[in-house]
Design a protein. Sequence first.
Length: 614
Amino acid sequence: MNPINDQEKNTTEKRMNIVGLLRNIIPFVKPYKWLVAATLILTFVGSLMAQVNAVVLDRAVDAINALIQTDFAWTAAAKILITISVILLGKELLAAVVTFAQRFLGQKMRIYISRDLSLRVVERMLSFRMAFFSAADNETGKLQSRIDRGVMSLSNTVNNLFIEILPLFTSAILALALMFIANVYVGLVALCIVPIYFYITYLQAKRLKGWRRGVFGSHQAVSQGILNIIESISVIKSFNREEIESSRQADIQRQMTDQQMNTRRLSYIFDGAKSFLEQIGTVLIIILTAYLVLTDYPGMTIGKIMYHVLLFNNVSAPIRQLHRIYDDMNDALIYAEGFFGILHADNEVEDSGGYRPEQVKGDFCMQGVTFTYSNGTQALTDVSLRIRPGKITALVGLSGAGKSTIVNLLDKFYHPDSGSITLDGVDLRDWDTQWLRDHVGLVLQKNHIFSGTIEENIRYGNPKATHEEIEEAARKAYIYDQIMALPKGFESQALQLSGGQQQRIAIARMFLKNPPIIFLDEPTASLDAIATEQIKASIDAIKAGRTVIIISHNIGQIIDADQIYVLQQGRMVQQGSPDEVYRQGGLYKDIFDASARSMNADKIARTIMDEDKS
């Protein structure tokens, strides 16, 4: 599958236009109205000063010409030169101050809006249900690219609007007005050039829009590919697949390069046409004004030639910048689709009921539950089970049987396609989601460790916990001694710990949270035998009086369960106590016997017996 074409196919259906872009940006600009007002005032002042050179040059040329044609005197010439110098230097000094203030305030607004956009999209994503993040279009690299490029392009739009476009076009409108006041014919020539230039720019944007969308998809594919390499580097190196991954990235980069080159080629063709048109306008202005001077047209002097040429430069200044700004705006339209697609994804917001009882017992009941992931994989089919409060329930089955999916459904990460799930007799959809998760402890096979200290990672289980409570949780997870052996103790960086140590940090979080319901999904999968025994002892201690759902391939943990449910290809095939289910034969007995054989249980037992005899 071509990742670029796939991305283009799955681009947000609602295309963004200029009006829609501005409508979406305005709420982020409103909090900074005073910055907008100050920028507009400075823009108008700066635009007025931009016309000073033309006016001064007009008067200076005529004054010098008159002086030359009469009795030349250095006193009069010096007066003209001093006047010109004072006005132009004073104007440049004032313009420098105005430009600094305008750009500083504009950049301040851009930075603030960029911050607000980033915070808003993070807050928004944190409210989404898990299904959003498991969708094919929302892989980590693609999401990161959509957010980063969206924030960058939207903040650039604000910058273009208040720092680039407004000053340029305000100056152009004033310059055009002055040209009409001085001479209508010259003003009309200048005015005729502008719509032609705009039309060429419109054609350029229209031709390039598809290519730009492809480049955007390329950037997302590249970001995702690099992220995949980083996350899979150990596997890549262990299989000596560096060349394959390099070749795969080269293909993606080659497609992106081709699209970028096609985009640049078309851009340069249109830019050349616009530059040629601008030069034609300048030539026409010079010829027309020179003709009017030569024919003694009223009000036309030699100074007016320079006057109109400089004013036309102020008119053509936005034209020279228009293609760059228009390019940025078109990029913003494309990137805004993905960015605001996240902000406006109301259907992805995690729903929550209002039920918040004083006590959570942990009595789960699933009736006829069927569930399919967004990629089309049907994980569960007509599953019914009962998890009794204060009991240990084990979910058993081969990989892909649907065990982890059940845990995800019980924790409200997903909702079933059909069937019902109740907790303590109340439909799970009616429960307040945060309240429910406050009373659930979840330990996964691979738990995420955040960048930060060990203490910060353990405190994640209870932000209000004291240092003493954190130490006690570490002791229960049998990680305290190893932490204290580190040079910085609890202030050491958690990401520097081994995989097994990080797993114990995750278990320490659960001890600190101290919830009435515990979900354990292969909690000792990455631990050695002694650590597994230690953690098992800790888990056995915390199990007392709590509802526990455990997923494990470890027979020692399964056999302690009060109830076992055996799943096969998303269906419930056996249930009962460990002894009952074993006597039934079938899949559980096969798994149990295979686990015993893989551990050489008979030889282990003989070794222990021989040791006892001796």
